[in-house]
Ligand binder design. Structure first.
Ligand code: ZN
Length: 87
């Protein structure tokens, strides 16, 4: 499996760390942030279809990436964006 990093190009997935659902990131300032992070990481949904994940290119440029994939077809990555850019 390969991920198209917008900065490094096509790279093996082993260079990346998975950080869960890109649209479900709790605010760190909340008093129950630890519980919300636990739920976001371990009690996540498993939707069928288009899904946005957050990945970190730990073995490359160390950028945060927003990756879009289809969970039904295992067509792995439709597109990647640097985290924080509009999708
Ligand atoms: Zn990269």
């Amino acid at each position: 499996m390969r991920i198209e990093c917008p900065f490094c190009g096509s790279r093996d997935v082993s260079e990346f760390a998975y950080y869960g659902d890109a649209k479900r990131r709790p605010e760190t300032s909340l008093s129950d942030a630890s519980r919300q992070f636990y739920e976001a990481v371990y009690l996540r949904d498993n939707p069928a279809g288009r899904h946005e994940d957050l990945w970190y290119h730990s073995g490359g440029c160390r950028s945060w990436l927003r990756v879009i994939r289809d969970t039904r077809t295992h067509k792995l990555f439709h597109a990647t964006f640097a985290a924080g850019e509009p999708s």
